[in-house]
Design a protein around this ligand. Sequence first.
Ligand SMILES: Cc1cc2nc3c(=O)[nH]c(=O)nc-3n(C[C@H](O)[C@H](O)[C@H](O)COP(=O)(O)O)c2cc1C
Length: 368
Amino acid sequence: MSSPLFEPIALGALDLKNRVAMAPMTRSRAGAGEVINVTAATYYAQRAGAGLIISEATQISRSGQGYPNTPGVFTEDQVAGWKVVTDAVHAAGGLIVAQLWHVGRVSLPDYQPDGGAPVGASSIAAEGQAMKPDFSMTPFVTPRALTEAEIEGVLADYAHAARQAKAAGFDGVELHGANGYLVDQFLRDGSNRRTDRWGGPVENRARFLVEATRALVDVWGPERVGVRLSPTGTSNGMSDSDPAATFGHAAAALKPFGLAFLHLIEAEPPHPMAGPEGSPRLARALREAFGGPVMLNGGLTRATAEAAVADGRADLVSVGIPFLANPDLVDRWKTGADLNPADRATFYGGGDAGYIDYPTRGQAAQAA
Ligand SMILES: Cc1cc2nc3c(=O)[nH]c(=O)nc-3n(C[C@H](O)[C@H](O)[C@H](O)COP(=O)(O)O)c2cc1C
């Protein structure tokens, strides 16, 4: 079954063999020192049929961590761990970019180097619950607002992590600006009440996004950098009084960089990542404002992915849970085959089960 989804596409310097990317997914299986586990090489290589793999979110510094066993890319050991993964993906004919992450207020003192409060754009706690190192849940704590000098330090951490990702053999990087983490905390007015040049009007709230992007671009060049945003998502207690204006400005502010791609999450209800009832549909306008390739994500099936590309909302799509459960997802979409169901109990933490044992169609047929 031919479809634009299976046509190649160039995203900056990244030549994708198809338009179905693997969305970033945290699996919380890193080992000591937050070094990516060696089994991740098998997990990602199994999914090298994706046009592009976006790695699980990877912290740029210790203070950027907010969940158990998530990998980093700031120490030499972490780089060596990722090199095994990127080599395996390349040997399998795939491309992989590192999703660079600072969780900001979505952390706990347990993860902080000094055992103190996590940092955020403002001193406003997220609504909801954080995950402790033992995977139990606890209410979010009130973060400490970053000082202007500290903001410069976090931007330097993005630059350092970008250099380390290069040493680790990635094909590029994606700035994690979505889902209520630090970049998003600066961008949206529900979490940013600053009165300095990093807060207030949208031009100021978008400054951190722009400067973090610049840090990555300075290392990689724009043609190997993407940015992920979630304009109407409410994950981690997020809100904005005018998402169309905020994200319209953000997309336009990113335009001059000439980035490889803009990655948007815009799910439809009842998907858990859909915005509140009545949220505007922004993908089309943001693609226009950004002026470069847009990757759309959120509950997409082959049919809805195809529609999004055909009707001008996106140039390509990314797929999360179906890719987690179907290493050969592109082949299954191509042939109209049934999909393996996903086992939510093994999403986060644990071993090989629910990680590298989802069968391809060929393996399922052999076992039958
Ligand atoms: C297990 C799991 C882990 C996730 N981890 C991340 C992550 O590290 N970074 C990120 O930007 N999104 C993360 N997401 C969100 C996915 O990238 C994606 O936006 C979401 O699953 C919706 O797409 P889908 O309906 O195709 O699964 C995660 C989702 C799941 C299910």
